[in-house]
Structure formats: structure tokens, C-alpha cells
Design a protein around this ligand. Structure first.
Ligand code: GLU
Length: 467
């Protein structure tokens, strides 16, 4: 178990921000605590007939808005403290990006590699059943999603289990990050990584910040290192490369690699699949261990794995000028202080990785509206564009080619609308926290907390506290 008490770390950051708000101390304490903590243990029968006892949690941090929302993680690091911290981060993250949910998080303490597919299915279904029995899941109650160690597949099992025992017309909205065929939404898998890219992109547009870091504005030509090539890390890296940045270092479970010339992401993914790791990848050098790459030469460091990766031990050696926190809680509070002293710009997790829950929100809306985004308007939009283009053709004597018409008269389908909604959300939120940063003369993490506390606190103030 980690030496860092994660929930305490989150609360330290909260307290620092709380001082910049007008709320009563009692109300701030109410905002900080976890409303409901569910700890369950249950048996599952393994394929060989033996029985394993499984330990799992679901924490609903704040009921100021319902449903509560947050992923479910499958990992041996899962414990009550971690789940509480992650649930709290969900509340603040949702508030920062104006996603109208309270925060929650779940976790099952398992080593996935020790279980077969059917055993994992049984564990997931039994966990869902436990959540149902205790009223910890439902489209208006608490809505899980993927997190570390889970994906669309597990979400599909959750929905299928829920649906078997519920007649709720909105049942599809009991979980997000589902396969598209089960009510999922286009763009959800890529969403967290894509949101990380939008956030870093926006931060790099800030001329003043870039100047004080000694960097040019924009992403073009900037070098980056990514820790973790899971769903979030892969999509963040892929988008960063498409946006003109160069990936020079990668860390995975088996070690880390570095190449000044740049690393080809697609080839590396293929290599990782074939070799079960990244070390030995041609054209790059192996570093001594997984965490060594965190200290490598680069402009942007993207921790996209687990919490407490940048600590007071390695922070003094971190060379990156921008830290893009794609993971939840990758930087301890002491490391944050050290990095700040060194002048680094930290783009905090409670803003930067909010793309996942943002698109989860779109998925949930799709589920409770029972209609796909774009279904009503896409063709209408396309026909309107075509009419405008035909007027242009008449008055300008210019005939558009079929290809041009295809591009110019394209209406927004689900994928385009989701992507544009995600971009809008990340950019608006960045500028909002940047304003708070200036007003209070604080860093971006504290600014994001201040923004979240103000939004959540104003709702608590309106609700009143009942005797
Ligand atoms: N697990 C993701 C997160 O930590 C997504 C949560 C969700 O979509 O509800 O933000």
C-alpha cells in the first residue's frame, strides 16, 4: 500500500482553496466528506470450482446533484481511502466542467490477470447486484463508468445485469462508457485522452505562460513524455502527436524508453502487443526502470497511470516545464509544491482529465432522451447548407465539386457533436479556471478547486441544511 493517504492529499488541496472562498467552515467540511461509503465482500466461484472472496467499494462523495457519477476500477491498489479520494475528485471535476453530477467512485480489489473472462464477468455481475441491492446504482441515483482496469465490456455486463432486474424506462442510463450497440456513444473511449489534448493545447496558447516557461506558444514541436499507454495515455499521446507534438519518452509496467528523435506510437503499440511490454523497442533506449522517464528531458510530462507517481523524491529531478495530469492524483501535494517552486505549469487532474465524464454526461443524456445526437437535425442542416451553396453557385458562376459539397454541406452527426461539445467544455473550463487563477493569484489546481467549491457551495447554500 502506498505511503500517501490519498484522501488526505485531496483534502489538503481543498482546504487551501477553501480559504479563498466565502463559505462557513462547517459547510466546507460538509462539502469535503463522503456522503455514503459502501464496502462489500462477496464470494465468486472460479472456473476450477474453488471460491475466492472479493472485496469491493462504491463511494458517493456528494449528493448536491444527482445522479452521482464516477468510474469503477479493477486493481490491487483499490482500497477505501483511494476510492474516497477518487470520489471526491469526481465531485470537483464535474463542477469544474459544469457536468451536473455529484461525484462517486467504485473499485474492486482484484488482479485482473489472475481471472478468466468468465470469472471477471461473474465478479462484475455480482458487484452490480450488490450495488442494486444497496441502492447504489441507477440512472437517477449513481452511474458508474470505466476507469483503470475496466472498459466498455465491463460496462456492458453492468447494464445487462441491471436491466434484468429493473423495469426503469431509463435503465440504459445506469452506466456509461458502454458498447455503442448497448446505448454507448461515439467518442467515449477516446474522450479522456482527447480532453487531455484539448486542455494542454489551450494551456499552450497562453503567450504569457509560455513566455515565462521559456517556450513558444502552441503545441507544434514541443516534446512530451507519457506515463502509461492505457486507454487515457494512448489517446492523449495520439492526439498530441496529431497536434504537432513529439513523443520522446514512454513508461509502462515493464520499464521506460526514451528517444530524442521521437517514438512512433502505432509501431510501439504493435510492439507492446507482441512483446507484452515496451522495453527493447527499436530506435529508443531503455531507461533503468518505469519511473526513470518521469525525470527525462521534455517540455510536457503526461502522467496517465495511477496516483502518487510524482512525489517529493522525484519531483526535484523532473525536467518538464508543463505537467499535464491525465491520471487522477498523480502528483502528491509535496511534489506539487516542489514543481511549483521550480516554475512548472501544472495542469491539474480535476480539470484536465474531465473529458471522460463530460462525454459520459452526453451518453447519459442520449440514454434518458432515447434519441441519438444528430438524428433530428443532421439532414435538415445539410439541406440548408446545400441551399446556401446553390445560391452561391448561382451568383458566383462557380460549381462546387461533389467532394467540396460533401465537406461544406456536412451536418453534425453524433461523433462530430460529441467532439465539438467536448472541445467547447474543455476550452471554456480552462479559461474559467485561468481567470480564477489570476483573480486569486493562485496556481491552476487551487483555481480549479476554488471554482468547484464556489459552484458546489452555492448549491448547498440554496438547499439549506435540514435538521
Ligand atoms: N473514470 C473516469 C474519471 O475518472 C470517468 C468517469 C465517468 O465517466 O463517470 O473521470
Amino acid at each position: 500500500m502506498s505511503d500517501y493517504k490519498f484522501f488526505e492529499q485531496v483534502n489538503k488541496a481543498f482546504d487551501k482553496a477553501g480559504e479563498h472562498t466565502k463559505f462557513d467552515k462547517g459547510l466546507l467540511s460538509q462539502m469535503k466528506i463522503c456522503n455514503d461509503v459502501l464496502h462489500v465482500t462477496f464470494p465468486i466461484e472460479k472456473d476450477d470450482g474453488t471460491i475466492d472472496v472479493i472485496e469491493a467499494w462504491r463511494v458517493e462523495h456528494s449528493h448536491h446533484k444527482l445522479p452521482t457519477k464516477g468510474g469503477i476500477r479493477y486493481s490491487m491498489t483499490v482500497n477505501e481511502d483511494e476510492t474516497m479520494a477518487l470520489a471526491a475528485l469526481m465531485t470537483y471535476k464535474c463542477a469544474v466542467v459544469d457536468v451536473p453530477f455529484g461525484g462517486a467512485k467504485g473499485g474492486i480489489k482484484i488482479d485482473k490477470s489472475k481471472y478468466s473472462e468468465s470469472e471477471l464477468e461473474r465478479i462484475t455481475r455480482r458487484y452490480t447486484f450488490e450495488l442494486m441491492k444497496k441502492d447504489f446504482i441507477g440512472p437517477g441515483i449513481d452511474v458508474p463508468a470505466p476507469d483503470y482496469g475496466t472498459s466498455a465490456k465491463e460496462m456492458g455486463w453492468i447494464l445487462d445485469t441491471f436491466r434484468q432486474m429493473s423495469t426503469d424506462i431509463n435503465a440504459e442510463g445506469c452506466v456509461t462508457g458502454k458498447p455503442i450497440s448497448m446505448g454507448g456513444i461515439r467518442g467515449r473511449t477516446e474522450a479522456t485522452g482527447r480532453g487531455v489534448y484539448f486542455g494542454i493545447y489551450e494551456a499552450c496558447q497562453n503567450r504569457e505562460d509560455m513566455k515565462s516557461l521559456g517556450l513558444n506558444p502552441g503545441l507544434e514541436g514541443k516534446t512530451f513524455v507519457v506515463q502509461g499507454l492505457g486507454n487515457v495515455g494512448y489517446h492523449a499521446a495520439n492526439n498530441m502527436i496529431q497536434g504537432g507534438a513529439k513523443m520522446v519518452g514512454v513508461a509502462e509496467m515493464d520499464g521506460s524508453i526514451y528517444s530524442e528523435k521521437g517514438i512512433d506510437l502505432d509501431k510501439l503499440m504493435q510492439y507492446k502487443k507482441e512483446n507484452n511490454g515496451i522495453t527493447g523497442f527499436e530506435g529508443s533506449k531503455d531507461l533503468e526502470n518505469s519511473s526513470a522517464v518521469l525525470e527525462a528531458e521534455c517540455d510536457i510530462l503526461i502522467p496517465a497511470a495511477l496516483e502518487n507517481q510524482i512525489t517529493e523524491k522525484n519531483a526535484p529531478n523532473v525536467k518538464a516545464k508543463i505537467i499535464g495530469e491525465a491520471a487522477n492524483g498523480p502528483t502528491t501535494s509535496e511534489a506539487h509544491r516542489i514543481l511549483k517552486e521550480k516554475g512548472a505549469l501544472i495542469i491539474p487532474d480535476n480539470y484536465l482529465n474531465a473529458g471522460g465524464v463530460t462525454v459520459s454526461y452526453f451518453e447519459w443524456l442520449k440514454n434518458i432522451q432515447h434519441v441519438r445526437f444528430g438524428r433530428m437535425g443532421k439532414r435538415f442542416e445539410e439541406n440548408s447548407y446545400k441551399k446556401i451553396l446553390s445560391v452561391i453557385e448561382t451568383i458566383s458562376d462557380r460549381k462546387f465539386t461533389e467532394k467540396e459539397l460533401g465537406v461544406l454541406a456536412k451536418g453534425g452527426g453524433e461523433a462530430e457533436l460529441v467532439d465539438s461539445g467536448l472541445e467547447e467544455t474543455m476550452i471554456i473550463a480552462y479559461n474559467e479556471i485561468n481567470e480564477v487563477r489570476k483573480t486569486h493569484n493562485v496556481d491552476l489546481r487551487t483555481a480549479a478547486f476554488i471554482s468547484a467549491i464556489n459552484k458546489v457551495g452555492s448549491i448547498y447554500n440554496q438547499m439549506g441544511i435540514f435538521p
